[in-house]
Write a protein of this length. Sequence first.
Length: 464
Amino acid sequence: MSLESSRYFIEHINLDVDKEYITLHLPIDEYQIDEEKIFTYFKESKGSRYWFKSKDNTYNVIGINYIDSIWRDRFVPKAVEDSKAALFNKIQQEALSKNLKSKLSLFGGTLFDDKSSTDEWNDFKMVEFHLPEWQFDLKNQELFLTRPIKGLVLEELIEEISGVLAEIETEELYERDKPVVKSKRDIFPNEWKKLVQEAVENLDQDFKKVVLARQKLILFESRAKRLYLIRRLKDEMDTYTIYYEKGNSTFVSKTPEKLFSIKDSELTTNAIAGSIQRLDDQVQNEAHKDFLLNDDKNLFEHKVVRDSIISDIAPFSQGLNYKKIPQLLENRYIYHLYTPIQAMLKEDADEFSILKQIHPTPAVGGLPKEKASEYIKEREYGTRGLYAAPLGIIHEDIECEFAVGLRSMLIAAKSATLFAGCGIVKGSDPEEEFMETEVKFTPMLNVLEATTNELYKSSDSSDI
Ligand SMILES: C=C(O[C@H]1C=CC=C(C(=O)O)[C@@H]1O)C(=O)O
């Protein structure tokens, strides 16, 4: 940051005493900083940090210290919209340079559903979005710093910012200890297979699909090192990176699935459903891809997801665009059937009403949506919390991007709970679905370097 030019802008700011916060927005492209250095510098802020990187790199945002938040125990779109407007209204936003690209954002989302939560999700509320004190936009190399206006000396702030940036830049990055995994075990594996069988028997002409998830529990010898995770999360391409600390919990996801994004009144979303494993063997992979693109069960599973998303967004749209035949989405460990969808939004559309309507898509819930959601709430073991939930970035206007928290885990002091599910339709086979969930655990097992089977507890794996 050129101090001189920022000083020029600072001198022309009049603090607005009717506002609670001031946000300074400035370029940081002169500094060599990255996510690891930022997290290393702000180690004292543990429990109040996030990192959200979108699949296409539209966003690569890190937030440190939740200075203010909007939250609700129930998801009422109008109430959340009002809280968002009230929060942005408290902020005096000042740009310290011309031609800046990023926008001030809130990060957060909603829980999967309102099933009363076990203790493990206590740190997270039904709906919450956070305004960070420090928001680093690594894509555009810009910074937003938000501070209370009361008692503020603006000139000192600019010295503080350049001091902090210089220190971040010189942070030493050294080898991080990998978490020592003591054991891993599937939670109720046999019961889950029975549940799948029961669902297959319950499905009919009306109740077409339900997504059933299961969990894997990993225990560490000592506390999981967060900086180690940050480094490991850089590894996988073509997925979102979601790293979300709140209190004593950390939710981590490497999801391939966008829920939707809105930019310039255009909504972009996709249907992702229907899967097959990706192997190291090129010949076998070609056979897998060919099978997936032509398999009736997977094509049906995909079509119900696509049609449901389209009917959910239709009331908000004045034009829809998508192809009838699905494409392939190639992730590191898995292939999915994939249909990109675009919609031009009506003028009065708002992001929270769309979010409420579209989530859960049948890729994570089922069809019909209400019936499937009830089934999951009643029959699935445990609470999903942020697994398969919408998480993302919102702005003062309607622009936003939400991902679906798949391929994910919840980390507490000395444990990680991994989540994976799959779409059950008529004809699904419990053993095959079990194997598919195994594949979907791989991204998080890989982050923890816990892919080896030797770590499985020899005792009854359903015993938790
Ligand atoms: C529910 C999950 O994946 C969904 C997303 C893509 C493909 C899916 C499938 O083929 O079953 C699932 O619907 C999960 O990863 O936990």
